[in-house]
Write a protein that binds this ligand. Structure first.
Ligand SMILES: Nc1ncnc2c1ncn2[C@@H]1O[C@H](COP(=O)(O)OP(=O)(O)OP(=O)(O)O)[C@@H](O)[C@H]1O
Ligand SMILES: [Mg+2]
Length: 262
């Protein structure tokens, strides 16, 4: 494997004229932008616009139909150890019966999983990852015993345990209550600050994440665009994006939020 170009290495994602095709149909096209390393990016767009497809393409699971996509300067899928992925339905993906700490161990061992044979160093890394997400209290519980917010912490610990440069999360706040949404947003902000990971996440309600987002990839009329979050959180753009009236407002404290209007 040739070493990556240091210039490209500074950009986490580099899209040049990329399009996505599934089942013979163009899902989106003409994606040309760079996401710098260290960014915290939301991927937004209507249902079926191709957000999950974009994540899967970054992971090398969906082919680049045309154009060029580089992930830290390399082809997608070549170095997935640099990416921690949190799937949308985490517990369903790993199985409800597994213990939280064993689930996190999977992030180190992948398919060759034998919990009894984990090395002391691996166990130590698992403890550190669980500590990083404040999940020590339920480390030995089965996922079936955990709340949605607790499971999400375990999922993030598994994604983090191999010390990736990028975290990709598919709808990390889905079905969490308001308090858990806030706690996960605070956790992501802290991980970004302390570990300097690039964070790319799909979200339908971006309000709880606005304090931590610096930019967004938005899928508008079949084309992905990348822009600073302040210019994306805009009445006209969001109304067009979601095909329903959206209004952006500020709280008394000056915080931004968006809501749909009747
Ligand atoms: N495995 C597949 N084979 C063929 N087409 C697919 C496949 N998976 C998804 N698609 C199609 O690709 C399009 C984009 O799907 P995708 O899941 O990326 O959308 P999304 O933006 O994540 O939507 P949602 O908000 O509902 O999660 C949809 O039209 C979908 O039907
Ligand atoms: Mg999706």
């Amino acid at each position: 494997m040739s070493p990556s170009d240091p210039a490209l290495d500074r950009s986490a994602l580099s899209f040049t004229g990329v399009s996505a095709v599934r089942g013979g149909r163009v899902i989106w096209s003409q994606a040309t932008f760079e996401v710098p390393a260290g960014a915290v990016v939301a991927v937004i767009g209507a249902n079926g616009a191709g957000k999950t497809t974009l994540l899967q393409m970054v992971l090398g699971l969906v082919p680049v139909a045309s154009g060029s996509l580089k992930v830290f300067g390399r082809d997608p899928g070549v170095d997935n150890t640099s990416i921690g992925f949190v799937p949308q339905h985490y517990a369903a993906t790993v199985g409800e019966a597994i213990r939280a700490d064993d689930a996190v161990l999977l992030g180190l061992t992948g398919n060759s999983w034998r919990p009894g044979r984990a090395s002391a160093a691996q166990r130590q890394r698992v403890r550190e990852a669980l500590t990083a997400v404040d999940a020590q209290a339920f480390a030995t519980k089965r996922l079936s015993m955990l709340s949605g917010g607790q499971r999400q912490r375990v999922a993030i610990a598994e994604a983090l345990v191999a010390e990736p440069r990028m975290l990709i999360l598919d709808e990390p706040l889905a079905s969490l209550d308001l308090r858990s949404q806030r706690e996960i947003a605070v956790l992501l902000a802290r991980l970004h600050r302390e570990l300097s990971v690039t964070i790319v996440l799909v979200a339908h309600d971006i309000n709880p994440l606005l304090p931590i987002l610096d930019s967004a990839i938005y899928l508008l009329d079949g084309h992905p665009h990348y822009a600073p979050i302040d210019s994306v959180v805009d009445d006209e753009l969001l109304t067009h994006l979601y095909g329903t009236p959206i209004r952006v407002a500020h709280t008394a404290a000056g915080e931004l939020y968006m809501r749909s209007v009747l």
